[in-house]
Every structure is written in C-alpha cells, then in structure tokens.
Design a protein around this ligand. Sequence first.
Ligand code: NAD
Length: 296
Amino acid sequence: MTIIAFIGLGNMGGGMAANLARAGHGVRAFDLSQDAVNKAALAGCVAASSTLDALKDAEVVITMLPAGGHVCGIYLGSDGIIENIQSGALLIDCSTIDIDSARAVIDAAQAKGHDMVDAPVSGGVAAAAAGTLTFMVGGTKPAFSKAKTYLAHMGKNIFHAGAAGNGQVAKVCNNMLLGIHMIGTCEAFALAEKLGLDAQTFYDISSTASGQNWSMTSYCPAPGPVANAPSNNDYKAGFSAAMMLKDLRLAGEAASAAKAATPLGAQAEALYALMEASGKDDLDFSGIMKLINGTL
Ligand code: NAD
C-alpha cells in the first residue's frame, strides 16, 4: 500500500481517487469543496483538511485541477506541494493545462529532487469512474515507469508521449482534431438533411465510406444512428462544449507560440466560442450541431 495525496476531487478526480482507494492504497483526499471531500471519504479515502494535510506521509501526489493557474498555484511557492512534500516523492498532474505551465512545474519539481510527470487524460466522467481512462504521459522514462503503477488503477491505456509537457501536447493535438471532425460531421449531416437524405441513410453510407470518423460512428451528432450518443439525450453533456473550447484555446495558444498554422483549429475555436457566447456551452460538444443547423 502506498500513501497517495489526491487533490482535486471534481467530476474526474472523484472517481479516480475512489479507484486508487479500491485498489488498496491509502488515499488522503482534499478539495476546496467539502462536499467533494465527503464523497471521497464515503468511497474509502481519508478526508484531509488542506493540501498540506493531504501531503502527510504521502509518497505520491496526484492532482486533477481545472487549469494551469490552479496547478502552478498548488505546486509552486513556499506553501506549495514541491516545497512541502517529502524528498524523492512522485508527483503526477492529470489536469489538462497549457504546455508551458506543465513544463515549468515539472522543472521546479525536478530541481527539488522529485520525479514528476504530466498525465492528462482522455475519456470522460464515466471512464474516470470505471477506471478506463487513457493517459498521455510526459516525463523521463524512470518517472513514467513509476507513475504507470498508479495510473494503471485508473486507466486502461497508458502512453509515454516523451519528455515533460508532451502529455499535454498529445492531449491538445488530439482534441483539436476531435473538435474539427465533430464540426465537419455536423455540416455533412445538416447538408444531407437539407438535400433530402435522412440521417440514418446517410450514416449507413458514410460510416462505411471515406467520410467515416469517430465523431460519426461513436458519437453521432445527428439524433438516431448511434443510440447512446448525447444527440439522443437532448445533447446533455458527456464532454461539454465548454471543455472542448478550453482545449481548443490551449491548442491555439500553443500553435501561436510554435508558429504552427492551424486554420481549421482556429475556426473550430471560433465556432465553439459562439456556443459560449450563446450561453449554451454546457451542452455536449456534439451540440454544436444546433449551431450548424440553426436550432441553437
Ligand atoms: P471539476 O471542475 O469538476 O473539478 C476540479 C476540482 O478541483 C473541483 O472540485 C475544485 O473544487 C477543485 N479545486 C480547484 N482548485 C483547488 C485547490 N487549490 N485545491 C483543491 N481543490 C481545488 O473539473 P473536472 O471535470 O474534474 O476536470 C478536471 C481536469 O480534467 C480539467 O483540467 C479538465 O480539462 C480535464 N478533463 C476533464 C474531462 C471531463 O469530461 N470532465 C475529460 C478529460 C479531461
């Protein structure tokens, strides 16, 4: 059994911490929300009263926080995790954040003698609860090997993406592509309908032709063809448009810094920003269908 401090027990972190406790680890859990801490305690974690309290005796720290500012805030500085965790600890940040912050925090951890990886995830709340997440991990090979032991209790696919920050690179590039092919899929279904071709017939043809893609076959944005897709449940989020916009903005910032041309990524960001401006970004990201077909 390893003592693990787990900070950030929201939609994703709650399920992940519970899976580590279920695997027999001593999980010291903290979140700014007392409700979230109470839920974690019911799932077998030990309730901690602060981040510093969670760090007591911990050999491993896992964080699952909203954005780069939260991650820098909690790791850096004299009252941060890096200064206050026992030496030689393993630090794993699973949040989706900007690449520069991820690299800066890992550099600071290594300067103090701690191993640290960035390990953002793919898969939503259901995968976090079921322990079937995909992890994209950046960091040294030894740090990756150590982290894999713990990540294996929370996920089924664990990839080493390369040096520090490369987990975030894989994450934003993948989600930029996802946003783009979701919007393209919406356009195709909306056009087919306007031209007199119903969604199921178009799906049957295109899903076995060259237009086939994940947004179509696993998550079809047109109601009907894929039974468990959010489009058949009033676009209630799985993965919200707000989350997609966050990831597209991270991709856009990274592209600007690297002087990479991502014209379709930029267009996808602009369209998801329209969902935000309409106050509809709590819908699933496939709900961009409503923007495309004029029903938002
Ligand atoms: P969430 O908002 O539900 O949870 C974040 C938690 O962090 C909250 O409970 C909040 O109280 C806590 N928190 C914030 N600052 C804190 C601090 N200083 N100390 C302690 N707790 C603090 O978010 P989520 O949906 O769980 O997402 C977490 C991360 O995972 C994000 O970076 C997100 O982009 C990424 N992600 C989410 C999904 C998804 O489907 N929800 C999928 C893949 C990746």
